[in-house]
Design a protein around this ligand. Structure first.
Ligand SMILES: [Zn+2]
Length: 449
């Protein structure tokens, strides 16, 4: 097997501090590590600095070609945004004064209906992919709109700019507030099939389709069932929303009196699989969380959105105790920030609010929030065999973080240990600290355009 290694060409070798999460350790630090990336963008080896000579012989690279990280720099895995609405980026930072259902009718549906216009879509989608990449989101799970061609355009833009993405054409056959922003069930199914076929035909390395019923209140039972079947027949990812706010939960119960719960509605329609990610879940019962665990479906915690729309609090500790896969999401534009660093901070804030309410509550640690933003997200999207942390054979999706970047937001008063540097970056850092971003070994920030 060693011979196979020797023939593997190496594209880049880095030396410095690596910080990542494993299932056993929420933050694992490897100082003075060597990491090799192959031309296929995968991690070829991880070793120690003192093994430089041996590794350079084994993997045929010149020790002088190694990129050395600076003193206050480290690599961490790229962050995974498990829930973001690309079209809503157009009004991010505004329209935060209404609860969910009113917010959808007043702000969201009128804006999303504009994405029939491909030039508008091109502009907004280019900006959201650029902005999220710049902020360290190497993988994003996107909702687009009901429009197939502009949803395909989002896939093209993500591929072109080098972001790993799941892209969903939104399905909705129920909408009484904006008449022209809905589909018939036939249109929704035909267009979803067309979207999936066309996107897969492009053979993008990093961009895949995801079946996307908006949420129960936007879809008839018949449409939910057909979409579940479609996902099952083609082994596709599924995304939607669940149990975001109390009024929504109440209406779902009235509409589906034969279902035991909101979760049961999706389960009955074959929409809970190990490739399903559901946003929010603030008001789920223990029985519903057990159903998530048993089906392998995951949750996306979107704390900025939950606070901004006064939807509720997700008890992350309870979700983790139920062994449900969990990632973080920005949920732009219900969440006003497109940065996953904000999602980390709001997740910690939310957990502390729960502790204020109940001192027995075990507060989330920053280490755990870091794991949710990276490895947890990859698990939530069932991509953890490819991304999420630094392991040989996984793709090199990574952020080069410089905590002391000149002109940056962090003052380092004394020399700090790597874990403290990570904590400062998570709490105080921003995109100025993210000096390079790699997706599958390709350097996408700084952009070469
Ligand atoms: Zn959402």
């Amino acid at each position: 097997m060693a011979d196979a290694h020797r023939t593997t060409p190496i594209k880049r070798v880095f030396r410095g501090t690596l910080i990542h999460a494993t299932p056993e350790e929420a933050v694992q630090v490897r100082e003075d590590a060597l990491l090799g990336v192959g031309p296929d963008g995968k991690i070829t080896f991880i070793g120690e600095g003192k093994e430089l000579n041996r590794l350079s012989l084994e993997f045929s690279f010149s020790p002088t070609a190694v990129t050395q990280l600076e003193k206050h720099e480290f690599f961490m895995p790229g962050m995974v945004d498990t829930h973001i609405h690309a079209p809503q980026y157009s009004y991010a930072g505004t329209a935060l004064d209404l609860p969910l259902l009113d917010w959808l009718n007043k702000y969201t549906f009128p804006v999303e209906s504009r994405f029939k216009d491909l030039s508008f879509a091109q502009d907004v989608y280019t900006r959201v992919v650029r902005r999220t990449l710049r902020n360290g989101t190497t993988t994003a799970c996107y909702f687009a709109t009901i429009h197939t061609d502009s949803s395909l355009l989002l896939g093209h833009i993500a591929d072109n700019l080098g972001q790993r993405a799941l892209v969903g054409k939104v399905c909705m056959d129920m909408n009484n507030s904006v008449k022209h922003y809905k589909e018939t069930i036939q249109e929704s199914l035909e267009e979803t099939r067309r979207f999936i076929t066309k996107l897969l035909e492009k053979k993008y390395a990093l961009v895949k389709p995801v079946v996307t019923p908006r949420f129960v209140l936007s879809c008839s039972g018949a449409l939910l069932g057909q979409l579940g079947q479609l996902a099952k027949n083609n082994n596709l990812h599924i995304q939607s929303h669940i149990s975001e706010n109390a009024e929504e939960v109440k209406i779902v119960k009235e509409l589906f009196p034969d279902s035991a719960s909101y979760t049961d509605v999706y389960h009955k329609h074959n929409l809970l699989t190990n490739k399903t990610v559901m946003a929010h879940g603030c008001h789920l019962s223990d029985e519903e969380l057990a159903l998530f665990r048993d089906t392998g479906a995951s949750l996306s915690h979107c704390p900025n959105s939950n606070l901004s729309l006064c939807s509720g609090f997700l008890n992350v500790r309870k979700v983790l105790n139920h062994k449900v896969k969990l990632g973080l999401g920005t949920d732009v534009a219900g969440g006003y920030s497109a940065s996953m660093l904000d999602a980390v901070r709001r997740a910690l804030d939310t957990s502390k609010i729960l502790t204020i309410q109940d001192p027995e509550h075990e507060t989330l640690t920053f280490e755990e929030a870091f794991r949710l933003a990276t490895l947890g997200g990859s698990q939530a999207l069932s991509l953890d065999d490819q991304i999420g942390n630094f392991e040989v054979g996984k793709d090199f999706d990574a952020l080069r973080v410089n905590v002391a970047v000149p002109g940056g937001p962090i003052d380092l008063i004394q020399h700090e240990q790597p874990k403290i540097l990570l904590e400062k970056f998570l709490n105080l850092g921003d995109d100025r600290n993210i000096v390079e971003v790699y997706v599958a070994g390709r350097e996408v920030i700084p952009s070469k355009e």
